[in-house]
Design a protein around this ligand. Structure first.
Ligand code: ASP
Ligand code: MG
Length: 408
């Protein structure tokens, strides 16, 4: 017997047939003698519609009311799934965030989970009842208002609930059947990973692999929650996200991710003196613009070029902010290029193997792809290239690191 938290995303509960399918999956786990709690998202498309209604009424709407509106999507699915479960003879009860309670801070629209009361849920599970919990939402106790955790937040809810009820596993059901070495739509020979470490998954999620929300992986790693990613539409075994020690054979590179969400900004001929980087990135952070990769060259004539990347959505604000600081910073020109892609290779094996970055550079050069910016961390190498070469680069790297599976 195990205690399992099962999480179903929006596509898995998109209509009544799929909700019935989910109910059957849950029943199977219950019939196998497991204690089960379920966390669900809103039916797919619903949250987008709710967000849009708020925006259409007022672009600068009140954040507390935004949460009141967008939290409703999950309320519908918990009720429907509880009914579907009861219909097939499974004892089930719905729970909204405030009823558990899932206590958060007051940062509406992107609240952080502070604590979850697990005792009552555990008691219900022991009695054979399945709690069906709304993902994405919580309650902040100071003003006693409903909060939401940010888009994609029900992964985070599921992991947090799993930690609170001390679950043996958190199964995240989605529309892909696991974590792949790269996006199978680009590389048909991508392989499903049986296991991947928290750290690798965290890096992959943060650089564009969209299977799990980044914050949920962070929490799983911190709380040591074993996470399984699998599909609600197939019987195939999923991928497990676990501690590095549980993985016997560590490949040097586990996965390759790409993101087209960044834009490149270059400041031409910035004075090369102390305080300039602080000035540039201080202005960015004051404007709430996240900066990712940064390079600065050595200049000969007392000036230098500085290049960095920001989210595409922030590009206009970044340019505007820099333009207004031009007098103080004293650069010659701002060049902006949104047509870039960031390609990242990730693997814990990099810690103990040399030449990993070089394999990447060589593979890209053989395809004639120019590298614009490079950044590295302990287990990751990222490069910025022209967006048009994204697919070519991902395929070349997948082959170069020996990740290709048998031809499909
Ligand atoms: N329904 C929310 C969203 O679409 C939360 C989630 O699905 O994870 O962002
Ligand atoms: Mg989701």
């Amino acid at each position: 017997m195990a205690r399992i938290v099962m999480k179903f995303g929006g596509t898995s509960v998109a209509d009544l047939d799929r909700i019935r399918n989910v109910a059957n999956r849950v029943k199977r786990e219950v019939d196998a003698g497991n204690e089960v709690a379920v966390v669900v998202s809103a039916m797919s498309g619903v949250t987008n519609q709710l967000v849009k209604w708020c925006q259409d009424l007022s672009p600068l709407h009140d954040a507390r009311e935004y949460d009141t509106v967008v939290a409703t999507g999950e309320q519908v699915t918990i009720g429907l799934l509880a009914i579907a479960l009861q219909t097939i003879g499974v004892d089930a009860r719905s729970w909204q965030g405030w009823q558990v309670p899932i206590v958060t801070d007051g940062a509406h629209g992107k609240a952080r989970v502070e604590r979850i009361e697990g005792a009552t849920l555990i008691e219900r599970m022991r009695q054979g009842q399945v709690p069906v919990i709304a993902g994405f939402q919580g309650v902040e106790p100071v003003r006693n208002r409903v909060t939401t955790l940010g888009r994609g937040g029900s992964d985070l809810s599921a992991v947090a609930v799993a930690a609170a009820v001390k679950a043996d596993r958190c199964d995240i059901y989605t529309d892909v059947d696991g974590i792949y070495t790269t996006d199978p739509r680009i590389v048909p020979r991508a392989r499903k990973l049986e296991r991947i470490s928290y750290e690798e998954m965290l890096e992959l999620a943060s650089v564009g692999a969209k299977v799990l929300q980044t914050r949920s992986v962070e929490l799983a790693m911190k709380q040591r929650v074993r996470v399984q990613v699998l599909s609600s539409f197939s019987e195939a075994p999923g991928s497990l996200v676990v501690d590095e020690d549980e993985i016997v054979e560590q490949p040097v590179v586990s996965g390759i991710a790409y993101s087209r969400d960044d834009a490149k900004v270059t400041l031409r001929r910035v004075p090369d003196r102390p305080g300039i980087a602080a000035g540039v990135f201080g202005a960015m952070s004051a404007a709430n613009v996240n900066v990712d990769m940064i390079v600065q060259n050595i200049g000969a004539d007392g000036t230098t070029d500085m290049t960095f990347t920001v989210g595409k959505a922030d590009l206009a604000r970044a340019k505007d902010t820099l333009e207004r600081a031009r007098g103080e910073l004293g650069f010659e020109a701002i060049l902006a290029d949104p047509e870039v892609a960031k390609i990242s290779v990730v693997g814990v094996g990099m810690r103990s193997h040399a030449g990993v970055a070089n394999t990447m550079f060589r593979a890209l050069s053989e395809k004639g792809i120019n590298i614009q910016v490079i950044s590295t961390s302990e287990i990751k190498v990222s490069v910025l290239i022209a967006a048009e070469y994204t697919e070519l680069a991902v395929r070349a790297l997948h082959t170069a690191y020996g990740l290709d599976g048998p031809a499909a």
